[in-house]
Design a protein around this ligand. Structure first.
Ligand SMILES: Cc1ncc(COP(=O)(O)O)c(C=O)c1O
Length: 371
């Protein structure tokens, strides 16, 4: 992997940051962070909010928060490769593939696709382009096989195979959601508190709203919020399984941390699945487009788009619940997922036209030969 391009640092093990990185991070040289934190918090002026409701948005950097902990563990355990698993447009798999390459680890992805497409080249749309550019090993599995075998066994099968080949793989579960990954969002609450303290100090959030896909984000946020001075109510909008499933799953993560709290006491989960995971109605996509057009915030269609859509629906159906509250919506990223929806989005996006220019307009030099 070392090359004449100046990437020799990539062969150093155990990992140490490239020399240029130590100038960027005021951290001890053995510590190198994947995430760029803190991420900003802005006022979010969505129209039609209930009376005196204040809405804010935190642009999150979701998966990488969990990967900070999971990758550190992989390196501490002497792994030479990472295995993880998810849907064909999994943001977690893409983030893991990039982080693995950054840390000079090989990455093996098991990606779930439709039974019809499982034997075909998966293409280069959205997350797949990035995964394939960084050289992740992509293994496709059909939805039917995935449902029958389950993600734990699938990753174990690949793990056994790699071990037999002399490799030292480290397995990260779906969405990076285990008790260790949960620390990423416990830390995010500390980050929010520090931002409040550093800011004007008069924004004390009453509620945190976030999408829920595999459960780690809500477990971390709700535990962090309940243990900290923040004490904001966490509202999760689930985009795949139902609230009961996620309460039970989050409980497992909380128990793994010996948190001694009940998921049902610290997080409120509502269903925002709609047509199904990664499937959108045209109302949802039109909403994503309208939010972008009115506020400049681009939501992803699979997670934050569905969560924001369901939050506004709940606000219009139950305005009293949200009136006079200061709400922090966590945008969990995943914008590459938009590229998977271009055909569906095409009818909503703005129009274009050829520029109308009179040929007799005299040329004036700009910058460079072309301009
Ligand atoms: C963009 C994005 N937002 C939110 C989530 C949900 O987070 P979690 O899996 O921790 O529930 C995910 C992953 O599932 C995601 O990729």
């Amino acid at each position: 992997m070392a090359s004449s391009l100046g990437f020799e640092f990539l062969t150093k093990k155990p990992y140490s940051p490239p020399s240029w990185a130590s100038h960027l991070h005021p951290l001890p040289s053995h510590f190198f962070s994947l995430a760029h934190l803190p991420t900003p918090i802005h006022r979010w002026n969505l129209p039609n909010l209930p009376t005196n409701t204040e809405l804010w948005i935190k642009l999150s950097g979701n998966k990488v928060r969990k990967l900070e902990f999971l990758m550190a563990d992989a390196i501490a355990q002497g792994a030479d490769s990472i295995i993880t698993i998810g849907g064909i447009q999994s943001n977690h798999c893409r983030a893991t593939a990039v982080a693995a390459k950054y840390l000079n680890l090989d990455c093996f992805l098991i990606l779930r696709t439709s039974d019809l497409l499982v034997d075909q080249d998966p293409g280069l749309t959205g997350n797949l382009l990035v995964e394939r550019m960084v050289g992740a090993h992509v293994h496709l599995i059909s939805k039917q096989e995935y449902a029958k075998i389950g993600s734990v066994t699938l990753t174990n099968v690949l793990k056994e195979k790699l071990i037999k080949e002399g490799r030292r793989p480290y397995v990260i579960p779906v969405g990076g959601s285990n008790s260790l990954g949960t620390w990423g969002y416990i830390e995010a609450v500390r980050e929010i508190e520090q931002q409040i303290q550093k800011g004007t100090g008069n924004v004390k959030f009453d509620d945190i709203v976030v999408a829920c896909g595999s459960g780690g984000t809500i477990a971390g946020l709700s535990l962090g919020s309940s243990l900290s001075a923040l004490k904001a109510r966490v509202h999760a909008f689930s985009v795949c399984d139902d609230p009961d499933y996620f309460h039970n799953f989050a409980q497992g993560l909380l128990d793994g941390l010996k948190a001694g709290v009940s998921s049902r006491d610290i997080v409120h989960i509502q269903n925002a699945k709609g047509l199904g995971y990664a499937m959108n109605t045209s109302e949802e996509l039109n909403f994503v487009k309208e939010v972008a057009a009115t506020t400049g915030v681009v939501l992803d269609p699979v997670y934050s788009g569905k969560a924001a859509y369901a939050m506004l629906k709940d606000m219009s159906e139950n305005p009293k619940k949200w009136e006079r509250r200061k709400i922090l919506f966590i945008h969990t990223g995943g914008l590459l997922g938009l590229y998977d929806k271009v055909d569906q989005l095409a009818s909503f996006v703005g129009n274009w036209q050829r520029m109308d220019v009179n040929e007799s307009v005299p040329r004036q030099d700009g910058i460079g030969k072309m301009f």
